[in-house]
Write a protein that binds this ligand. Structure first.
Ligand SMILES: Nc1nc2c(ncn2[C@@H]2O[C@H](COP(=O)(O)OP(=O)(O)OP(=O)(O)O)[C@@H](O)[C@H]2O)c(=O)[nH]1
Length: 231
């Protein structure tokens, strides 16, 4: 594809939110690469960019995998940046369900136009289940959003359907009015010499250093990440 054609592709931005250890990184990498990264450690937000084929055509997708290192920190800037949010919890961790409940309530209170989807991960660990499927379904229903239970480890097809539904819904929406310069944010991420983009097979991943945008979060956070499997 020519560069100018690529530059004209519609773009959708997704923020992946959730409590620590629920599988946000594994889920994002699974969607983009179809691979499962078993041991993954990240102390900072990660931005992924990739062109994905949908039935409706090619789409430029940017996904922020939001670090949940700081408890109860509501990532408002990432949500305002995004066109859509995936809120993830683990069926084996009730705290993560509570986190998702708070996140959805906070999103409602700021009346964001961001569309959302709730994902319950780790259904392969049903013997360790702490959250019933009906609880996830009723939480999602109370916010009028989609819901599914998945196992990222087992490559559940529902995971891809959730992403595709969010992408298709967001693609059809008018361009979101943002309170800050998105191009500046992306420029900061991509242009930061300390955090060069990592080339994936089809896209890039950038450890996010959000500068002014997320100073309070980032300063408290240890920078850098390690991935024990190459993407
Ligand atoms: N059994 C099982 N383990 C999973 C699944 N998804 C992720 N994991 C594991 O859960 C752990 C946490 O996964 P991550 O993707 O790092 O989770 P995260 O939410 O990004 O974690 P933080 O970066 O700490 O917020 C890892 O050990 C994964 O291998 C799943 O579907 N089933």
């Amino acid at each position: 594809m020519k560069m100018e054609d690529k530059a004209n592709l519609p773009r959708v931005r997704i923020a992946v939110l959730g409590h620590v250890n629920v599988g946000k990184s594994a889920l994002t990498v699974r969607y983009l690469t179809r691979r499962f990264i078993g041991e993954y450690r990240s102390n900072t937000d990660l931005l992924y960019r990739q062109t994905v084929p949908l039935d409706s055509g090619l789409l430029d997708v940017e996904i922020v995998d939001v670090s949940a290192e700081i408890e109860n920190d509501f990532p408002i800037e990432q949500i305002q940046w995004a066109d859509a949010c995936l809120i993830v919890y683990s069926i084996t961790d009730r705290e993560s369900y509570k986190y998702a409940t708070r996140a959805l309530a906070n999103m409602k209170s700021i009346q964001t136009s961001t569309s959302s989807y709730l994902i319950a991960n780790k259904v392969d660990l049903d013997h360790l289940r702490e959250v019933a499927e009906t609880e996830g379904a009723s939480l999602a229903a109370s916010h009028g959003i989609g819901f599914c239970e998945v196992s990222v480890a087992d490559n559940s097809p529902s995971l891809y359907k959730a992403f595709e539904r969010l992408l298709n819904d967001s693609r059809g929406r008018p361009v979101k009015q943002r309170k800050f310069s998105v191009s500046k944010m992306i420029g900061t991420l991509i242009g930061n010499n300390d955090h060069k983009p990592i080339q994936l097979t089809q896209g890039t991943m950038v450890p996010c250093c959000k500068g002014e945008l997320h100073k309070s979060r980032v300063l408290k956070r240890r920078q850098g990440f390690t991935a024990t499997a190459s993407l």
